[in-house]
Design a protein around this ligand. Structure first.
Ligand code: DSN
Length: 416
């Protein structure tokens, strides 16, 4: 009996259909403040849910190991050309399934097992794939970590330079997942050149800001740039690698066949849509607003007595030290979840609490800004957060705030 290809999801799998309906309601009714999340457009999701999911296309446009690739080639060529224009990169590989895969490809292209890498400590705001002992980057390489200054909580570039001089790493990795300030890619690029290390900038969190000129770009300052496509960039869940033309071959070989097989052509098509959206002038306005909203949110929390790591923000996120108010990051995350505000607990630099408890919460504005919220709205959201955290064990108060959140979000409809 042939598979009923044209049945709707609801007919074919009511349980999954229900889970998706519930998730859509959760997104609509709540305040999504996880700094690495956003809402992809319907156009991006249409491409991601398209027939291109069916196609095997190992290889690259015009050089595939399979027939029938003429239309997926169109999609991949558009994705590459648009990403090059968006970031001003000489070469782009759009095939990595994720940011972790993109980083792994750079490691394969530049390192051998046992080589030394210098990466930012996860507990200071770095990323798992930059040398954590439980990640392949920490298992196969000799990892030296750098971090932030204890006083300023900002990246300590002098200490980084000294570590580079002392350990002579083959690769320096910069970029962060919980760092609220600008990163001086030019300085790190110089440090890399001074010790003949190659430099990778992982801009996953700030890619949208970089594309819009709201954060200095690492292109031209460092050797390799990786990113995900679903955070500030607002595309489908995926990754990419950018480099100079002279490194194109080693990167392409490292992605395929080095660390991946068949590319996800439906996702590559969706990345192309995302890059087209990001090339629109509205995207610059959006990224500017993301930053303004983060500042407004930070000011509201500061005024209520919360300590912000580094004292503020230059980008899309703030890191709030809730422990100075006697609350753990975990308790704060749970209380806010009950209030309909989704955030994540986070360590803060030199944290006295273990990572699963944490002294901080990380709050981002990309998703709320996509909904159309502006500074006044973020100030109101900040007040709701302050109220929810004023008594984390008071379920009645959190339910009350949840109702206020639901009222507010009705003015900012999602996925009509
Ligand atoms: N896990 C992502 C984040 O939340 O920052 C980074 O990969």
């Amino acid at each position: 009996m042939p598979l009923a290809l044209n049945r709707s999801l609801l007919e074919a799998d009511p349980e999954i259909a229900q889970a998706i309906t519930d998730e859509t309601r959760r997104l609509s009714d709540g305040l999504e403040m996880i700094a690495s999340e956003n809402y992809a457009s319907r156009a991006v999701m249409e491409a991601a849910g398209s027939v291109m999911t069916n196609k095997y296309a190992e290889g690259y446009p015009g050089r595939r190991y399979y027939g029938g690739c003429e239309f997926v080639d169109v999609a991949e060529r558009l994705a590459i050309e648009r990403a090059k224009r968006l970031f001003g990169a000489e070469h782009v590989n759009v095939q990595p399934h994720s940011g972790a895969q993109a980083n792994l490809a750079v490691f394969l292209a530049t390192l051998r097992p046992g080589d030394t890498i210098l990466g930012m400590d996860l507990s200071h705001g770095g990323h798992l794939t930059h040398g954590h002992p439980l990640n392949v980057s920490g298992m196969y390489f000799n990892v030296v970590t750098y971090g932030v200054d204890r006083e300023t909580e900002r990246l300590d570039y002098d200490a980084l330079a000294q570590l580079a001089e002392k350990h002579r790493p083959k690769l320096i990795i910069c970029g962060a997942s919980a760092y609220p300030r600008q990163i001086d890619f030019a300085r790190i690029g110089e440090i890399g050149r001074s010790v003949r290390a190659r430099v990778l900038a992982d801009i996953a969190h700030i890619a949208g800001l970089v594309a819009a000129g709201e954060h200095p770009s690492p292109i031209g300052c460092v050797d390799f740039v990786t990113t995900t496509t679903h955070k500030t960039l607002r595309g489908p869940r995926g990754g990419l690698v950018m480099c100079r033309a002279e490194d194109a071959k080693i990167i392409d070989r490292a992605v395929f066949p080095g660390v991946q097989g068949g590319p996800l052509m439906h996702i590559i098509a969706a990345k192309a849509v995302c890059f087209r959206e990001a090339l629109d002038a509205n995207f610059i306005e959006y990224q500017r607003q993301v930053r303004k909203n983060a500042v407004a949110l930070g000011e509201t929390l500061s005024e209520a007595g919360f300590r912000l790591v580094t004292g503020g923000t230059d980008n899309h996120l703030i890191l709030v030290d809730v422990f100075t108010k006697g609350i753990t990051g975990k308790a704060a995350e749970q209380a806010l979840e009950r209030a309909g505000i989704t955030v994540n607990k986070n360590t803060i630099p030199f944290d006295a609490n273990p990572p699963l408890i944490g002294s901080g919460i990380r709050l981002g504005t990309p998703a709320l800004t996509t909904r159309g919220m502006r500074e006044d709205d973020l100030r109101y959201v900040g007040k709701l957060i302050v109220e929810a955290l004023s008594d984390v064990d008071n379920a009645g108060r959190q339910e009350f705030i949840r109702r206020k959140v639901r009222e507010m979000t009705q003015d900012f409809p999602l996925y009509a």
